[in-house]
Design a protein around this ligand. Structure first.
Ligand code: FMN
Length: 289
């Protein structure tokens, strides 16, 4: 086992191979990182992880919020607190990443208490297709036009610039859990008949464009790590997407998988077998050298 041996992700040197998964802490306030969050991540960095994945940060608020206590990154005013987070974690010898995200149709849940769409402040959420998230209480989202997709791609790019300015070492891209980018990748949520749907390449297009947009704005030495579902809700494994993403990133990027987004709990064991049993696939698709 080389868990404690140094490793490079692109040109970013990690002191070991322990990576803390991104996990929303619900400690943000009005989109800002808080002192409580900084203390939380500093403790994790002191614990010895080589790379700390800070949670997901929203590139378009409030329409893309994923929760009520989201971290925002759609404006420069968030940078000073993000900088405090990165330097505090760096002082403990760890590297730090943040995950860019957009809630997509998952942002549109109606509160049982108030009957309102609190997460988006009442704004109808957007998605590749007007298909509601399959959990009760989710509204039918508005289908994004091609022009709106272009605007979102630019928002991801602008957010990535802030990530780098704030001192993060790695840019994360949240393409999992059936948030907006995961919805685009899914043949179940994405039923578009234009260039952003229909085929694997079509469903990949928006992620591809975002990666290109990011590398048009930030140094290509900054790695992008995409997180994708190991399995889609319909239960099919789609390794071909990883291939495509790796080609898009031309070895500057890597992917990591996660549980996926599921609504039938009996699929859980199958998904774990994808993550933990397929050693060849892990070697191929998590190309830490
Ligand atoms: C409270 C909580 C918040 C999470 N937030 C995120 C997140 O912001 N981004 C993400 O990609 N995954 C998120 N996850 C998923 C975790 O990163 C992780 O994949 C999940 O807990 C499964 O653990 P495992 O990968 O060790 O099986 C979250 C999980 C939990 C429990």
């Amino acid at each position: 086992m080389k868990v404690f041996a140094p490793v490079n992700v692109g040109q970013v040197a990690l002191k070991n191979r322990l990576v803390m998964s991104p996990m929303s802490t619900n400690m943000a306030k009005d989109g800002f990182i808080t002192d409580e969050m900084i203390a939380f991540y500093v403790e994790r960095a002191k614990g010895g992880a080589g790379l700390i994945f800070a949670e997901d940060a929203v590139v378009e608020t409030p329409r893309g919020n994923h929760s009520l206590k989201f971290v925002a990154i759609d404006d420069d005013r968030y940078i000073p607190m993000l900088k405090r987070l990165t330097s505090a974690v760096h002082n403990c010898g760890a590297k730090i990443a943040v995950q860019l995200t957009h809630g997509g149709r998952r942002a549109g849940r109606v509160s049982k208490q108030t009957g309102c769409m609190e997460v988006t402040h009442g704004i109808i959420p957007v998605a590749p297709s007007p298909i509601a998230h399959p959990v009760t209480g989710q509204v039918v989202p508005k289908e994004l036009s091609v022009e709106e997709i272009g605007e979102l791609v630019r928002k991801f790019g602008a957010a990535a610039q802030r990530v780098v300015e704030a001192g993060f070492d790695v840019i994360g891209l949240h393409c999992a859990h059936m948030y907006l980018l995961g919805e685009f990748l899914s043949p179940w949520a994405n039923q578009r008949i234009d260039e952003y749907g229909k085929t694997v390449e079509g469903r990949m297009r928006v992620v591809e464009e975002i990666i290109k947009e990011i590398y048009g704005r930030v140094d290509e030495k900054v790695p992008i790590i995409c997180r994708m579902n190991g399995m889609d809700p319909e239960g099919e494994i789609r390794w071909q997407r990883f291939n495509t993403l790796l080609v898009v990133g031309r070895s500057r990027s890597c992917c990591h998988t996660c549980l996926g987004w599921i609504w039938r709990s009996n699929q859980r064991s199958k998904i774990h077998s994808v993550r933990h049993a397929d050693a060849d696939a892990r070697q191929l698709y998590c190309p830490f050298s």
